[in-house]
Design a protein around this ligand. Structure first.
Ligand code: MN
Length: 721
């Protein structure tokens, strides 16, 4: 059968009153217009629009869409005009072709902002007519299917664009089979090596899998029918890209991905769906936290189904989706499944109610002039972990989910971030901790006196904002250190009849001796407490070196008091040298629990000695730089240090024993353990253990990570319970 006839009979099957002659004419027009053109494969060009129209028919779209599929490349590649199409095939078809043509011209770029812009334009196109996007998706699918004819660099670009824009779009519109096929095709060209290996692995275990699928299908079917649920059961391997994602996420090889097969129970009524769920849970042990009721609470794209996971007949996890035939149609075809309702077919009252939301959306494009209003009403979050917000000028910024106005301010310009004092979102003043939402228009209020503060670090999500804030806080500390160092040194020098200015030459000498590049650097080091004024005096005024002087600096006097206090109660060495002195009372900060080997910094705490923090600890930024003091690890210490290690693993018996054995094998004692099972069948374990140093901790983490069933191992703050 000619492909056109296939398309015509397909359309007739779901829409008996369709204007088939119009489709035929559209084909003839396209064939004539593309006459003489060939595809990269050597086939006549018209095979492409035909293939696209075929996919559109598979999605059961209306006649205008099918015609638009046949004609979609005419305006772009031939002498045909939109006016001509409008005259011959009507305004609707011409409008769709124009939309698809414009969409095709969107420049693609890996740059985040450019992509957000593309995304916005797509939304605008959708707001005008969702069919433009659907036709474009079909066009893209056929292009992906014939991608092997193109040169490699084009393959790569088109595959990346597909993965980043078109597959998520298909997903949001609920057109599962298109999403799956696009992802696997894009996977093939983006990671050819990985794709080939995985395809090979899957093929190798094919016979075994088919046998397994068949057995389980029969078993589920038997249990269901015996319990009065009429149904079809289908099992099938998940698509390669999703298996690959799972392998990456869990860091497991293919052989260890057990739930690569999903089972689907299709029954006739909603009541039978819940009954089937009951049967499944009675027959096999359900895995807690895996049950989802999308029948009572449909997804925004109208997807409905019951999801659960159980321990299957072979002791393996199996995922089961339960739905009615109608729901299955929606699951596979998504938004496209409802198209026939716009075609004037009789609509059952309850389906009308159910799809009212969608119908409203479809029709609202006529009323919604404002695309942001549309964005707000649809709330389509194409890339789940990003939010798209607008500048007052209408530019789009893509930010990670959970971003606040400060992130936005820094994404516009560093100086705006640095002086950000408030924000207006959609015209209303919001606190800086406000979490941005899709479609927000954000206006930053700046104040030249505003400076970043430590609290901002808790709010910001973007790397850019974080880096800038930390940098500024550091600079501020440095400025304070300059003032303090200048003051300390000047006072010390005056006691010996000289000043900072007069002793410039001697200070230069001292700086070199104390390994500072410049005198300014020396002053900063004194301000930070890393070098004492006494050390400077000894180098700068050697004749005074032996003179016993009172330590003039505030830091030094504090240190001295401290020394007096603690020498009387010499305890075992803390393993820390404070400003070169041993046996100072030292405490390790709970917030970051430093280990020998970690870069560290000390802060003098009145009455409590010196508290040692890790150098990268945020808390350090809070503390008064005047109290900051140089500390270092004393290599010979044998003290043990408590650290907290969080292990995320699957919640299966025996694993905990395995984990604790791993600690013992590394010669590490566990002091405390907190274990908690999560709803999704995993366990979060926090161990407080005593380790010698960073090297030992690292080897514990390494050996824990190697245990089968362990997903992640992290050093965490010790006050985590
Ligand atoms: Mn095309």
């Amino acid at each position: 059968m000619h492909q056109l006839d296939q398309i015509l009979s397909e359309v007739a099957s779901y829409f008996p009153n369709a204007d088939l002659p119009l489709v035929r004419r559209a084909y003839q027009f396209a064939a004539q217009a593309h006459e003489g053109q060939t595809r990269k494969s050597g086939d006549p060009y018209v095979t492409h629009p035909l293939a696209v129209a075929q996919i559109i028919a598979e999605l059961k779209l209306d006649v205008s869409s099918v015609c638009a599929g046949l004609l979609h490349d005419c305006v772009e590649d031939t002498s045909a005009t939109i006016e001509q199409l409008s005259e011959l095939f009507g305004k609707e078809v011409a409008f769709l072709v124009e939309g698809v043509t414009k969409l095709g011209k969107l420049p693609y770029s890996t740059r985040e902002e450019q992509q957000a812009e593309n995304f916005r334009k797509m939304l605008l196109a959708m707001a005008r007519d969702i069919r433009v996007i659907l036709v474009k998706l079909c066009d893209r699918l056929d292009n992906m299917r014939s991608l092997h004819h193109l040169p490699p660099e084009k393959q790569e670009r088109i595959a990346a664009e597909t993965m980043q824009i078109y597959a998520p779009l298909a997903n949001r519109l609920g057109i599962q089979w298109v999403k799956v096929e696009l992802e696997d095709l894009a996977f093939k060209y983006t990671y050819p090596g990985e794709y080939e290996q995985l395809a090979l692995d899957v093929a190798k275990s094919r016979a075994e899998r088919l046998e397994y699928i068949h057995t389980v299908e029969k078993l589920i079917h038997k249990e269901m029918t015996e319990n009065g649920v009429p149904c079809d059961v289908m099992g099938r391997a998940k698509h390669l890209w999703s298996i690959y994602q799972k392998m990456k996420r869990t860091q497991r090889p293919f052989e260890e991905i057990h739930d690569a097969i999903g089972f689907r129970v299709i029954t006739d009524s909603q009541m039978h769906c819940y009954q089937a769920l009951g049967v499944a849970h009675q027959t096999w042990t359900p895995i807690p936290g895996r049950f989802k009721d999308y029948i009572a609470l449909p997804k925004p794209n109208l997807y409905q189904s019951l999801h659960t996971a159980v321990i299957g007949p072979r002791g393996e996890r199996i995922e089961i989706q339960i739905r009615t035939r109608e729901m299955n149609l929606v699951a596979e075809h998504g938004i496209a499944a409802h198209w026939k309702y716009k075609e004037g077919k009789p609509v059952a009252p309850d389906t009308d109610k159910k799809f009212g939301w969608l119908r409203q959306l479809m029709e609202s494009h006529k009323e919604l002039r404002d695309p942001t209003e549309f964005l707000e009403s649809v709330k389509i979050d194409l890339f789940g972990d990003e939010v798209y917000v607008f500048t007052p000028g209408g530019d789009v910024k893509a930010l990670p989910k959970g971003s606040c106005p400060i992130d936005f301010a820094y994404s516009v310009h560093s100086s705006i971030g640095d002086h950000c004092s408030g924000a207006r979102v959609n015209g209303m003043i919001v606190p800086l901790r406000y979490q941005l939402r899709n479609g927000d228009t954000v206006e930053i209020i700046t104040n030249p006196n505003q400076k970043p503060n430590k609290d901002w670090l808790k709010l910001v999500k973007t790397a850019k904002a974080r880096t800038k804030v930390r940098y500024l806080l550091r600079t501020e500390q440095r400025d304070k250190a300059v003032v303090l160092g200048t003051d300390l040194l000047d006072k010390a020098l005056r006691k010996h009849g000289t000043t900072l200015q007069r002793a410039e030459k001697q200070l230069k000498h001292a700086a070199t001796e104390l390994r500072c590049v410049t005198v300014d650097e020396l002053i900063i080091q004194v301000g930070y407490g890393k070098i004492t004024t006494q050390q400077v005096l000894e180098k700068a005024l050697p004749e005074l070196a032996k003179a016993k002087e009172d330590l003039p600096a505030k830091t030094e006097s504090m240190l001295k008091t401290l020394l007096r206090k603690v020498t009387s109660r010499r305890t075992s060495s803390s393993g820390i040298k404070v400003a070169g002195e041993e046996d100072i009372l030292v405490r390790f900060a709970k917030c970051c629990s430093p280990l020998p080997g970690d870069p560290i910094v000390g802060f003098i705490t009145r009455g409590r000695g010196v508290t040692v923090h890790r150098r990268d600890c945020d808390k350090g930024l809070d503390l008064d730089p005047e109290r900051r003091i140089d500390v270092e690890w004393d290599g010979n210490s044998k003290t043990h240090h408590e650290v907290a290690i969080q292990v995320l693993c699957s919640d299966k018996p025996g694993l905990l024993a395995h984990i604790s054995q791993s600690f013992t094998d590394q010669g590490v004692n566990i002091n405390q353990a907190h274990c908690r099972a999560t709803e999704d069948g995993r366990a979060v374990n926090t161990f407080h253990a005593s380790v010698k140093d960073l090297d030992q901790l690292k080897s514990v983490i390494r050996s824990l990570s190697r245990i089968k069933g362990v997903f992640s191992v992290d050093r965490v703050s010790a006050d985590v319970g």
